[in-house]
Design a protein around this ligand. Structure first.
Ligand code: TRP
Length: 356
């Protein structure tokens, strides 16, 4: 059977280094591995509206930003189908039928939804659309018959919910109609949740602690030099602590052996650097400069590619339009199968509603 990927992002802001480490880098690797027959990358504008319904401007304006980020990290429209969620009405129809298969209590148990409700201070005024977004995410995944969903750890509850819906649907309406997907997490544990430059648990636009893929060289340097390290490490001679030290967390995520040779030849490895820092005698500025060089190595080609696409927005628009058209064909095909399984295809099969 064809191996198929579906994944996506809400267009609520430009994508940042956390997105890169947690999913974009992996997506490009998977794309280039040649192992997948179909790759669908979705700009989830409809899902973004579930908690930004009063600010559709923001969602709309970020569609192009996210598309530019996709293309600049190396997603290739010849291999990966990039599309816009809201333009595929089949997804909402699937969502409507899946709603019958999920209880309110089950939705309220979803840990990601729970923490988002808290973060957004919805209290008892939770919009129904928001609470149901895991169901719509199940529609996204199953519509494209995806077996593999590469996402960050916070998305695991959504995939679990999808698997439950698939099992229930297939049990009631016919085995093997829908495909039960698997989650694919980043292989490097520190990449799963990259902290913000202030050391807070997550890079997030609202916390203002992100390094964006589209940041200039100067911005990146300023941000790296201001990164949270070890508040007890005041003088160079002081022994430093690694735990909660954002610079070392980033080095865990991004540094490779060849970076030492290239930028910091007096150390053979990250372990050696860590040992020196812990013992004392290694200043923050030096490791920050090292980290900056590594991050630049990642971001520079992305920035250059972005510039090219920014000069040619018409092409980006056409890529999205073409991708959406292709994605719609697959979603429509799945919806037809779903309706057939549910015996809702009355006007294709007269007997369904006329036979006594
Ligand atoms: N929930 C994802 C996010 O917040 C975006 C998303 C929507 C998604 N539908 C999806 C991810 C389907 C993977 C599969 O980033």
């Amino acid at each position: 059977m064809a191996k198929t990927i579906l994944t996506g992002d809400r267009p609520t802001g430009k994508l940042h280094l956390g997105h890169y480490a947690g999913s974009l880098k992996r997506r490009v690797e998977l794309q280039n591995s040649g192992e997948f027959e179909n790759i669908f990358i979705m700009i989830a504008d409809a899902q973004a509206l579930t908690d930004n319904f009063d600010n559709p401007e923001k969602v709309r304006q970020n569609i192009l930003e996210v598309a530019l980020d996709y293309l600049s990290v190396g997603l290739d429209p010849k291999i990966s189908t990039m599309f816009i969620q809201s333009q595929i009405v089949e997804l909402t129809e699937l969502t409507f039928y899946y709603m019958n298969l999920v209880t309110l209590a089950r939705l309220q148990l979803n840990p990601t939804v729970k923490s988002e409700i808290q973060m957004r201070d919805f209290k008892s005024s939770i919009p129904v659309g928001f609470l149901c977004y895991p169901i719509s995410q199940a529609a996204d995944i199953t519509a494209f018959r995806a077996d593999t969903v590469p996402v960050g750890e916070d998305q695991c509850p959504m995939i679990e919910q999808t698997r439950e819906i698939v099992r229930k649907f297939n049990h009631i309406y016919g085995e093997d109609v829908l495909i039960e997907p698997k989650v694919l997490l980043p292989d490097n544990a520190v990449c799963m949740r990259l902290p913000g430059i202030d050391g807070k648990a997550k890079m997030s636009k609202s916390l203002g602690n992100c390094i964006y893929l589209s940041d200039t060289k100067e911005d990146v340097k300023k941000k790296v030099m201001s990164m949270f390290t070890d508040p007890l490490h005041l003088k160079v001679e002081d022994p430093g602590h690694l735990e909660g030290n954002t610079v070392f967390t980033y080095l865990d995520a991004f540094s490779k052996p060849e970076h030492f040779e290239k930028y910091l030849p007096e150390y053979a490895s990250l372990d050696e650097l860590k040992a020196h820092y812990t013992k004392g005698g290694l200043g923050d500025v030096k490791i920050k400069k090292f980290l900056n060089a590594i991050i630049e190595e990642t971001l520079e080609p992305i920035r250059e590619k972005r510039k090219v696409y920014e000069q040619d927005i018409d092409t980006v628009y056409d890529i999205l339009k073409e991708g959406t058209k292709r994605a719609k064909e697959t979603a429509a095909d799945t919806l037809a199968k779903v309706k057939e399984a549910m015996k809702l295809n009355y006007f294709e099969n007269k007997e369904l509603i006329t036979k006594k």
